[in-house]
Ligand binder design. Structure first.
Ligand code: BMA
Length: 883
């Protein structure tokens, strides 16, 4: 009679299409009077979504990213809002044992009512919630109303309740709400690269689920061992409801062949284990393949009927964090003068890896837009194409999206994941404490099956702040009042040990491994290196640092011109380097936005204040040069240094920031430079030891970092060239370098004289490893032999299926050559940028466009640019210069 019984299995139904309405519930006094009636009556709303995007779709507000708009929208974050929908339920649902309203993301302080009766309250954007609603359900139509308290007021009220704790990060935003007081995406309250657009809404899926007897809360596959012979997966299922059920796990190999099928007694003391002989191991990109197995878990009722089924794609790998004390000073690095400390090395399947990557921030101010799959795919693919193997999910945003993680699994990106804490002290009193623990459990469980999840990290910067930031932060360290350390040292590692045992954990970024050691120590743990950008140093000062792992350092640069052009008013007064509009789209704190960039530009150039195009180009050049300086130096230090994840990969709106890719997905020159300095094989010219700021950078050496599994055999040529690119001296070395190793080739003193008239270039003969360059003095002291683009390169153009191929042959020494086709067609892209070439070097740039472009357009400023135009005596005389 089985067939006639009602279904027992879990069924779900999205409420996305349930005809949603948004109403203002308690308007802020600053709410525009003309909108009040419409907002009280209600406007059509989208779920998932948020208040800002709904108001925008209804045509009631301007684009929040428009010039000057953001400060006019603060009333939205100071008002209460209500989302309402109606949905029908039929008799089949009423007969089920459980009917739950499942909310994967409510932003943030919400109360939920079904047909006017309260069903629950929430106060954490980072958690998933389930509310049992079966009792209130009858066949027919129901009304669900979710009221969100004004986030800015809720944060202020929480601050009054818990007591103020310092919060940083807002940059030059005009208001700085206490982002640390709510469990909500901190940067939604404004950051030093993001506007203050505090919003509310249902930001992830909302659905009904019906089930009987029991359901699967999840299954955590803990890979306890993985080597060439054998992998062992320990299984941690969570069964909700009736425990008189049976559970089976089936593993399917990457080719789709079923492997072992096991029954699970669900005994926590001896969890079920799956064993795979000769497993296909998962590796990060650059270390091997990313085979994914399928793990299917089925929950079966005593009568044989299937209650629930969960399918996950998993990878067989182990991650460990190795913090072994160094056996010798420098830990085997070719760089001299390094002390003794502790390793800070991630190991995958027992093998140490060098992390090459960047920090991830929410890709849009409104999380629902940030999590569009195409957008996540594009960004992750851009990271991979720039030779990155790691992304750090920074703690001021949101926990990684499932789709994001799945794509990282497929492409081999290692994910360093912060818990959501950044740049602030945090209350440890209830109910805040309970919220943090619940959020940690939920997200650790949700992400545990992803092979790309490499490490969980406690907090961004607060521990460091209590040593080096202002008095308010330092007082925390010396006072009695809890400020979050209990989460990072105790509560979070305890959750991890229980929910996802074996996953590496580190209390902070930065942290040095011991609470009584300075958290930003060079020889221990990970570092944030901000004395260059925020501390007013030249980018050459990166050479004074010797981190074991740099999880942050960065340098500002403007977005692509097309991205700025879309938002800047088109009037001459707003098209100046220091115009109010440029300042609006720059939230860097401290010395201010544009001025700060200008001061740093003056390290290498005389800033061209009369030419915005040139100023933007040089700011981007400075950014690319600076990050290259840091990352290639840190690579030269391997195995002392185990990685560099610079600040930051992406942006959330059209802003000047530390990012490599702007908010429209356009790549800055830094992105192209990243592809070179993170290439599997690196050639770089650097000092033989760390150089303290202000000291002469000498002696120099060429370092080769072979970050591949095969031997590197080649011939290395090091040439000293004059400013026309002619060779003055040449040295040759035989290269025979082990896999995953660094070799240093010292340069004699006579190669290093005549700093104002020469540069060094190192290259290998038989592969396409990018050449390494060294410039002794800044451009403002260099008289490049050729400064006019027309005399620098011999260009020709041919049409291709997707646009044009632009061939360029260098006629002299060409430095930082860029082509910006987005100045002619906003959607155009170019295959390479920031090229430094010697006479005779030939490159072909692929330009993708639907539009007609001429050779002259493509080879004339501001479409084509080169640093040669801004060297030596020509600096600052731009307006007098022909192209
Ligand atoms: C670090 C980060 C961010 C910030 C960046 C640039 O402090 O953790 O908080 O945006 O530097 O200032």
């Amino acid at each position: 009679m089985k067939d006639q019984s009602p279904p027992l299995h879990r069924v779900s139904r999205s409420l996305q299409d349930a005809d949603w309405t948004l109403q203002i519930d308690r308007p802020d006094p600053g709410t525009p009077a003309g909108l009040l009636d419409r907002l009280r009556d209600g406007i059509p709303a989208t779920v998932p979504g948020c208040v800002h995007t709904d108001l925008l779709s209804a045509g009631l507000i301007e684009d929040p990213y428009g010039y000057g708009v953001e400060p006019t929208l603060h009333w939205i974050g100071r008002s209460d809002w209500r989302y309402t929908c109606r949905f029908a339920v039929d008799a089949a649902w009423i007969g089920r044992g459980h009917v739950e309203l499942c909310c994967d993301g409510l932003d943030t302080v919400a109360s939920l009512r079904l047909n006017g009766v309260s069903i629950g309250e929430t106060a954490n954007m980072h958690r998933r919630y389930r509310f049992e609603i079966r009792k209130g359900l009858s066949a027919g139509t129901h009304e669900l109303a979710i009221t969100f308290a004004a986030p800015m007021l809720a944060a202020e009220q929480a601050e009054a309740k818990y007591g103020a704790l310092p919060h940083e990060g807002h940059g030059s935003n005009s208001i700085k709400p206490p982002h640390n007081m709510l469990r909500k995406m901190a940067c939604n309250f404004g950051w030093d690269w993001g506007p203050m657009l505090a919003t509310a809404g249902v930001w992830r899926e909302l659905r009904l689920e019906a089930w009987d007897h029991a359901r699967l809360g999840g299954v955590i596959p803990e890979v306890v061992a993985a080597d060439a012979d054998r992998a062992v997966i320990r299984l941690h299922p969570e069964i909700v409801g009736d425990s008189t059920v049976t559970l089976t796990h089936q593993l399917i190999d990457p080719q789709g062949h079923p492997l072992s099928l096991i029954e699970d007694a669900c005994d926590k003391q001896t969890p079920a284990e799956l064993v795979v002989d000769r497993p296909a191991l998962w590796w990060p990109v650059g270390y091997g393949e990313q085979p994914l197995y399928t793990l299917e878990t089925v929950l079966v009722h005593a009568d044989g009927r299937v209650l629930d089924r969960v399918e996950q794609r998993i990878g067989l790998r182990t991650f460990e964090l190795d913090t072994t004390p160094d056996a010798v000073a420098g830990n085997g690095s070719a760089v001299e003068g390094l002390p003794t400390g502790e390793q800070m090395q991630l190991r995958v399947n027992g093998k140490p890896v060098f992390l090459k990557g960047a920090n991830w921030i929410p890709d849009d101010c409104f999380p629902v837009r940030a999590h569009q799959p195409e957008r996540l795919d594009q960004r992750i693919e851009q990271a991979i194409a720039a030779n990155m193997n790691c992304l750090r999910i920074w703690g001021g945003g949101v926990y990684a999206d499932d789709h994001f993680m799945a794509r990282c699994d497929e492409l081999g990106v290692m994910v360093w994941h912060d818990f959501m804490f950044a740049c602030a002290g945090y209350p440890e009193a209830e109910p805040y404490f309970g919220e943090v623990v619940a959020e940690a459990r939920d997200n650790v469980a949700r992400l545990a099956s992803h092979p790309s999840l490499a490490l969980w990290n406690g907090v961004n910067e607060t521990i460091w702040g209590t040593h080096d930031w202002g008095k308010a932060f330092q007082d925390l360290r010396h006072g009695d009042r809890p400020w979050g350390l209990g989460y990072w040292l105790d509560a979070l590692p305890a959750v991890l040990a229980e929910v996802s045992p074996g996953t590496p954990y580190w209390p902070g970024s930065p942290y040095s491994g011991a609470i009584d050691r300075h958290p930003n120590d060079n020889a221990f743990g990970n570092r944030h290196i901000w004395d260059v950008w925020h501390g007013d140093g030249q980018y050459r000062n990166y050479l004074g640092h010797y981190p074991r792992l740099s999880t942050e350092f960065g340098y500002h640069g403007p977005p692509a011109f097309a991205t700025l052009d879309a938002v800047l008013p088109n009037t001459p007064d707003q098209r100046q380097w220091d115009a109010p509009a440029l300042e609006f789209y720059n939230r860097n704190g401290g010395k201010g936005g544009q001025l700060h960039t200008d001061l740093r530009m003056a390290d290498d150039f005389v800033p061209p204040h009369d030419d915005l195009d040139a100023w933007l180009f040089l700011a981007q050049v400075m950014q690319a040069r600076a990050v290259e300086m840091g990352c290639s130096w840190f690579r030269a230090m391997w195995p002392w240094c185990s990685g560099a994840t610079y600040w930051q990969l992406n942006d959330c709106w059209p802003v000047s920031s530390w990012s490599a890719i702007d908010s429209a997905g356009r790549c800055k020159p830094l992105w192209y430079a990243t592809r070179r300095f993170f290439s599997p094989r690196l050639i770089t010219i650097k000092p033989t030891r760390p150089i303290p700021a202000g000291e002469p950078v000498t002696p120099l050496a060429v370092y080769l970092h072979n970050d591949t599994d095969s031997r590197w055999q080649s011939r290395l040529a090091v040439r000293r060239v004059d400013l026309a690119g002619q060779t003055r001296d040449e040295l040759a070395f035989t290269v025979d370098l082990d896999a995953r190793a660094v070799q240093r080739y010292d340069l004699p003193e006579e190669m290093l004289d005549q700093p104002e008239t020469t540069a060094l270039v190192a290259s290998v003969a038989d592969d396409d490893t990018p050449a390494g360059w060294w410039w002794f003095v800044p451009d403002k002291q260099l008289n490049y032999a050729v400064t006019h683009l027309s005399e620098l390169v011999d260009p020709s153009i041919t049409e291709t299926a997707h646009g044009y191929a632009l061939s360029l042959t260098a006629k002299s020494l060409v430095r930082d050559l860029c082509v910006f086709p987005d100045r002619l067609d906003r959607s155009a892209t170019v295959s390479d940028n920031g090229l430094t070439l010697c006479p005779g070097d030939h490159v072909v740039l692929q330009i993708t466009t639907q539009q007609r472009m001429t050779l002259e357009q493509l080879t004339t400023p501001p479409v084509m640019q080169a640093a040669n135009r801004f060297g030596g005596v020509h600096s600052g005389l731009l307006s007098a210069l022909p192209s």
